[in-house]
Design a binder for this molecule. Structure first.
Ligand SMILES: Nc1nc2c(c(=O)[nH]1)N[C@H]1C(S)=C(S)[C@@H](COP(=O)(O)OP(=O)(O)OC[C@H]3O[C@@H](n4cnc5c(=O)[nH]c(N)nc54)[C@H](O)[C@@H]3O)O[C@H]1N2
Ligand SMILES: Nc1nc2c(c(=O)[nH]1)N[C@H]1C(S)=C(S)[C@@H](COP(=O)(O)OP(=O)(O)OC[C@H]3O[C@@H](n4cnc5c(=O)[nH]c(N)nc54)[C@H](O)[C@@H]3O)O[C@H]1N2
Ligand code: SF4
Ligand SMILES: [Mo]
Length: 681
């Protein structure tokens, strides 16, 4: 038997945990993939999905050759071509557009890999040099992220490990067991030490099942709940007056706003008992240290930004930040000193100011005839499946006059619409370096095995295109290891330590906001934001009702949310059969009362519809759904759905109050039983 080697890596997926990986390689093949035990956050444990990463890597349907379209768009008919033929033709086509107007070319990428090198380095340099349209990457987190910026000064907060010492944890808009497993370990440790866990989520998730209490509020009502909690903190004087006076801004205005939200008013809006709000406020006001794990699930509605701001004000009111086990965490990514200017080289724009396209409204952007998009280069994303209002997204990608290139590991719904599909490497096959939005360690990824077939990394493709387009700046020859080294300043991250251990911990204080020092303009927690007010927005957080608030339409009486499925990662892994078989098939969870009112039996095929479209799924009559709210678990590949569509056929392209983000969970629908349809296997 030949010897085995162990290669240290990083999980590339869009997940707060950014696990450190160890791949065992034998005879050039990955034979085992585990969590790195030496990395305290991973602690040797991976989620079910990434435990199957080798199955994904070695999948028989991996793309292994460049492909050129032969059938109509969307048909999925392609023929293999050589890399040279593909790249020469792509470069020639882009050069023609460039000489006319480079803004007609649009990049479309998100966090298929969170790696700084394969996700935001040579690609960005290439598009900057080209003068292509800029992409506003809003699809996930900008509502909450920017809201946090206006309140705390950035994507900063508690360290995940200190939740283990908290006495009260509000898990707010987060199904941690499914999507933030390594945080859940700390929450459990806290629980064993006597902490109370409260889950705030319309859905009775597996996380809610394991908490002491579940607040099943209606989607998009978190701002009202947070303001009512403040109301109770004020009237019962559960406030840290010293903290408020020294380290916050705008207390008088916030106080006045919160006093308009007695629990009875919020109970009405949130659809939860008044007594539950009162008792939650008492717990939050009287338990120290109290911590909030906020997640992005609560900001995918019209008022998501205001709601995140309201929640982010709570810790300062009770002085929770004084303790390292108190405060709030939405994302830790702002704590990483990533040198994005070095990686992305915005200076290559050379003074040009191209237009910006919002990725959350790509459907409208592709159908806009006044300012047409003529070429799209998609990588690290599957917009045809994940972007809202798929009817328009599909119509846009189906345009015969649109030139589309997709860099992918698999023949996704989006790849079906490409003129060229370019086979991409996986995390086992390329270099990368990772920050995290859940913990505070940098993690390095070394390639463990050779690329499958002719698969090539994103960086290789953009270097090759740059060369063919005559971009001769030396930065277009940086190799991936050089890019890894450029990602962080040497005084912040010791590259030698990264190479030796696979990870390196940022040096940070335990309780950074114990005495203010927020990275806001005022250095305080900004209840009132002068920056928001200057933009014509409300300077103080309020409850902003959903565009499609429950009760506002008699035609579409049910609120639909479409949270992630535990065994998929957005639309990744849907094609891994072992994981798909755990999820079964696309499901709509519906409460017993709503089901029986419509004559829907458990397991029946239903048509879910609204003014934007319809899709068919199997109904699951489920205790996880509260009355009035249904859950279309995401994000299935359209072509694996019952009628070749998925839940985004129904979601809208309207944007959030702050951050120009999508409003996936602000969506009214109706459901009806239909005759059975077979599922594609
Ligand atoms: N297994 C798995 N893990 C994932 C992902 C995945 O698809 N699968 N996705 C990854 C991504 S892209 C991200 S951005 C992160 C974080 O992604 P999040 O979407 O935050 O992930 P979750 O924590 O699973 O889900 C959010 C929870 O918010 C709830 N929710 C929906 N609407 C509301 C609301 O109005 N108010 C409140 N309070 N709750 C609401 C949903 O029911 C769900 O349980 O997770 C990542 N991790
Ligand atoms: N209805 C509804 N829609 C949603 C959401 C929801 O909760 N409900 N969640 C939203 C959220 S939070 C997010 S973040 C978005 C996510 O949307 P996307 O960022 O599009 O995420 P994925 O669907 O995982 O698609 C990523 C793709 O990148 C590919 N990929 C991975 N690594 C590489 C690589 O190294 N090179 C190349 N070229 N490709 C690679 C994968 O094969 C995969 O097909 O979806 C959003 N859409
Ligand atoms: S998806 Fe998340 S939990 Fe799973 S291995 Fe990757 S980082 Fe860890
Ligand atoms: Mo996301």
């Amino acid at each position: 038997m030949s010897s085995q080697t162990r290669v240290l890596g990083a999980c590339p997926h869009d997940c707060p945990d950014t696990c450190a990986l160890v791949t065992t390689v034998q005879d050039g093949l990955a034979v085992k993939l585990q969590g790195n035990e030496a990395h305290r956050h991973t602690a040797g444990v991976l989620c079910t999905k990434v435990s199957r990463y080798i199955e994904r890597n070695d999948h028989p349907e991996r793309l292994v050759q460049p492909l050129k379209r032969t059938g109509p768009k969307g048909s999925g008919r392609f023929e293999p071509v050589s890399w040279d033929a593909a790249l020469d033709d792509i470069a020639a086509r882009l050069n023609v557009l460039r000489s006319n107007n480079p803004e007609k070319i649009v990049p479309y990428s998100y966090a298929g890999t969170m790696g700084l090198v394969q996700g935001e380095s040579v690609d960005r340099r290439f598009f900057h040099k080209l003068g292509a349209s800029l992409l506003d990457r809003t699809i996930c987190s900008t509502a909450g992220g920017e809201a946090l910026g206006f309140t705390l000064g950035g994507k900063v907060g508690m360290r995940t490990e200190f939740f283990a010492e908290s006495k009260l944890i509000l898990i707010w808009g987060s199904n941690s067991i499914a999507s933030n497993l390594h945080f859940w370990r700390h929450a459990q440790a806290a629980k064993r030490a006597g902490a109370r866990l409260v889950c705030i989520d319309p859905r009775k998730t597996e996380t809610a099942d394991k908490c002491d209490e579940h607040v099943a509020l209606l989607p998009g009502t978190d701002g009202a709940l947070a303001l009512a909690l403040m109301h109770e903190l004020i009237v019962n004087d559960w406030l840290d007056h010293d903290y408020i006076e020294r380290y916050t801004l705008g207390w008088a205005q916030l106080r006045e706003r919160a006093l308009q939200w007695p629990p009875s008013r919020a109970a009405e809006v949130c659809g939860v008992p008044e007594a539950q709000i009162v008792s939650l406020a008492r717990a939050y006001g009287t338990t120290k240290p109290a911590a909030i794990r906020l997640n992005y699930g609560m900001q995918r509605v019209r008022g998501g930004g205001n709601a995140a701001r309201a929640v982010a004000c709570l810790p300062a009111l009770v002085g929770a930040w004084r303790d390292r086990a108190g405060g709030l965490l939405l994302s830790s990514s702002g704590l990483f000193p990533v040198d994005r200017a070095a990686l992305q080289r915005p200076d290559l724009l050379a003074g040009r100011k191209p237009r910006t396209i919002n990725m959350s409204t790509i459907g409208d952007a592709l159908l806009d005839t006044a300012n047409p998009v003529e070429a799209v280069i998609v990588y690290n994303s599957n917009p045809v499946a994940v972007a809202p209002e798929s009817g328009k997204v599909v119509a846009g990608f189906a345009r015969e006059d649109l030139f589309t290139v997709v860099l992918e590991q698999f023949q996704t719904d989006t790849a079906d619409y490409a003129d060229y599909v370019l086979p991409a490497t996986t995390q086992l096959e390329h270099w990368d370096i990772h920050f995290s939005y859940g913990h505070t360690d940098v993690v390095l990824n070394r390639p463990a095995v050779a690329p499958r077939g002719e698969a090539r990394s994103n960086t290789w493709v953009f270097r090759e295109l740059a060369r063919r387009m005559g971009f001769d700046e030396p930065c277009f020859s940086d190799d991936d290891e050089t890019l890894c080294r450029a990602a962080f300043p040497a005084d912040a991250v010791d590259f030698g330590e990264l190479e030796a251990n696979g990870f390196a911990t940022l040096k940070l204080p335990d309780a950074p906001y114990a005495e203010g020092h927020f990275p806001t303009p005022s250095g305080r927690c900004e209840f009132f934001s002068a920056r928001l007010a200057a933009m014509g927005q409300d300077g103080v957080p309020d409850h902003v009702p959903n565009y499609e608030a429950k009760g506002s339409s008699s035609e579409f009486p049910l609120a639909m949310i479409s949270p992630p499925a535990r065994n998929f990662l957005n639309s990744s892994f849907v094609n891994v059969r072992s994981l798909r078989s755990i999820e079964g098939e696309p499901l709509l969870e519906i409460n017993e009362a709503d089901a029986s009112a419509r004559g829907i039996a458990d397991g029946a095929t239903v048509r879910v519809f609204n003014q934007r479209g319809e899709y068919r799924v199997r109904a699951e009559v489920s205790r996880r759904a509260r009355p009035g709210v249904v859950h279309g678990l995401g994000i299935w590949w359209r072509k694996l759905g019952l009628d070749g569509t998925n839940v985004n056929q129904l979601t809208s392209q309207r944007l959030t109050d702050i951050g120009r983000g999508p409003t996936f969970y602000d969506c009214l629908v109706e459901v009806e039983s239909v005759a059975d349809t077979a599922v594609p296997t």
